[in-house]
Each structure stands twice: as structure tokens, then as C-alpha cells.
Design a binder for this molecule. Structure first.
Ligand SMILES: Cc1cc2nc3c(=O)[nH]c(=O)nc-3n(C[C@H](O)[C@H](O)[C@H](O)COP(=O)(O)O)c2cc1C
Length: 262
């Protein structure tokens, strides 16, 4: 039976996943499918409409994805065959997420109809030059549209590599646990440089975890529940929140801040 409605839940730290999600949504709509976009950070998993096809879009982080995305997925209600697809964006290698996610959703009773990983520019470590980034984004958009066509035509697949998928999943979950440890939150502390910060408050508004608060002097403070999605670092108009992991302090963003918080 052809697809009538798609509810597409997504998160994007620096815009790559937003671009891919929008490209797919455009293709769905051009083919007459009613498509709603929902931000994962503003959504409640138990509100999902199980009579619609569900889409999940998110960035890869530490060979996996952010903890709050896992929480959303793990808290999805059980279903009786709701069709579901996923797309992630990544710089190069994701490891175990595709296979392990499929197993989790199957156990909940969903019908996994498609998974795709789309290479986009890296937003951490080594930020590439503008031309390379633009080319990658264009290729990514093309792949996203093709993938959406495949979903519409029933040609998409969601595979799993036995053993490898499980192994990679457990390695990545260990990585996420380390990221959220107190030690890591202290060592890799993203904090505003008070000399540069103009106290505009954009970082507070843009943080998906409400992890940034304002002190008495209106400077932002990191409440040590950071997922390292790179939003505050990448969108700070004064480049006042350096990420110690970024080579030469360069930052990446694929969209405007307002596109992520509108
Ligand atoms: C904390 C962190 C960890 C990342 N880990 C990986 C990784 O393991 N593999 C990979 O290919 N890309 C990794 N990336 C790169 C992002 O997945 C990639 O740039 C993605 O497209 C960003 O999407 P967004 O702009 O929607 O946030 C990582 C990025 C961040 C910020």
C-alpha cells in the first residue's frame, strides 16, 4: 500500500541533518505524501502517531548517536507493524548504529523499511574548506532525494551485519557513557570566553538540552550535561565558545541558527 502520511522526527546539531531531512521531506511532498517535521528535542515519544509512517533523522556521534536521541527511540511506544525508516548524517564511519537500531525497533513491533547513512561535512575535529563542504552538502542532498524516492517506491532496505552490529553498538555505548561521565564533562568543558562573549544569549536558546544557563552577570554557564552536539560552539556569533577538540579552533555550520530554532 502506498505511503500517505510521514511524521519525520529529527535532530540536527549544526545543520547537516536538517538539510538532509528537508531534502527528503521535499521529495515526499512532491510525491503527494503528507509530511510533518518534528524536532526530537521538542517531541514526546509517546505522542507519535502509530498510523503514520515514522522517520528518524539524526547525526552520528561517537560511532553512535547522542544519548537523548537514544532516549527518544527507547521510549517510543510499542507498535503493531508501524513502518519506520532512519537516516543519519556522518563524516565517515558510524559503526553499529544501523543494525542495533533495527533490532530495538523490531522488538518494539515496528516494521523497519529503510536505513541510509549520508556523508556530510565533519562538524568536529578537522573542519574542511568551504568548497569541499559545499560539494559534500550537494552530494548529500542528492543522496537524500534518491533515498526518499526509494522509500516511496518500496525499494529501500534496512540491513544488519550480525555480530559486527552488536559489537560496534556496545563499543559506541561505552564511548557515550565516558562522554557523560563527570570527568569528561570537566575535561572537555565548553565554556564561554568572557573577553569575547557579548552576552547575547543565543547559546542558551540553541542548546537542545537546556544545559546552558545565565549567571547574575548574564554570562552563559555550562551545567555539565553537555552532549557535544557543537551547536553553541558553531553558532556563537562571537566565536566565544571554543571546542578544545577542533583543529585551529575552526567551526562548522550548514544553516543559520534561526533555521534550527524556528
Ligand atoms: C561529538 C561528535 C562526535 C562525532 N562522531 C562521529 C563519528 O563517530 N563518525 C562520523 O562519521 N562522524 C562523527 N561526527 C561528525 C557528524 O556526525 C557529522 O558532521 C554530522 O553530519 C553532523 O550533523 P549535524 O550538523 O546535523 O549535527 C561527530 C560529530 C560530533 C560533534
Amino acid at each position: 500500500m502506498s505511503i500517505q502520511n510521514i511524521d519525520f522526527y529529527f535532530f540536527s546539531g549544526t545543520g547537516n541533518t536538517l538539510i538532509v531531512t528537508k531534502a527528503m521531506a521535499k521529495t515526499f511532498k512532491e510525491n503527494g505524501i503528507k509530511t510533518n517535521l518534528f524536532k526530537i528535542e521538542d517531541s514526546k515519544p509517546y505522542d507519535v502517531n502509530l498510523t503514520h509512517v515514522i522517520g528518524l533523522g539524526f547525526p552520528v556521534a561517537e560511532l553512535s548517536t547522542y544519548d537523548f536521541i537514544w532516549k527518544f527511540i527507547n521510549d517510543l511506544p510499542n507498535s503493531n507493524g508501524t513502518k519506520i525508516f532512519m537516516v543519519d548524517t556522518l563524516a565517515g564511519f558510524s559503526g553499529g548504529i544501523v543494525g542495533s537500531l533495527r533490532e530495538i525497533l523490531k522488538k518494539k513491533g515496528y516494521n523497519p523499511i529503510g536505513a541510509k547513512e549520508i556523508i556530510m561535512p565533519p562538524n568536529i575535529f578537522y573542519i574542511q574548506d568551504e568548497t569541499t563542504n559545499k560539494n559534500k552538502v550537494q552530494k548529500g542532498i542528492k543522496k537524500a532525494k534518491e533515498y526518499a524516492e526509494d522509500i516511496i517506491q518500496g525499494k529501500s532496505i534496512w540491513g544488519r551485519v550480525p555480530i559486527f552490529s552488536d559489537l560496534a553498538y556496545y563499543i559506541s555505548i561505552t564511548g557515550l557513557k565516558i562522554t557523560h561521565s563527570n570527568l569528561n564533562q570537566k575535561l572537555l568543558y565548553l565554556t564561554a570566553d568572557r573577553e569575547k562573549c557579548n552576552r547575547c544569549g543565543l547559546c542558551v536558546d540553541i542548546c537542545p538540552l537546556n544545559n546552558i544557563q545565565i549567571d547574575n552577570e548574564k554570562y552563559p554557564i555550562n551545567m555539565k550535561n553537555c552532549a557535544y552536539c557543537m551547536r553553541c560552539t558553531s553558532f556563537c556569533p562571537k566565536n566565544a565558545i571554543p571546542c578544545p577538540l577542533n583543529y585551529k579552533g575552526k567551526t562548522y555550520r550548514a544553516v543559520m541558527a534561526k533555521d534550527l530554532i524556528e
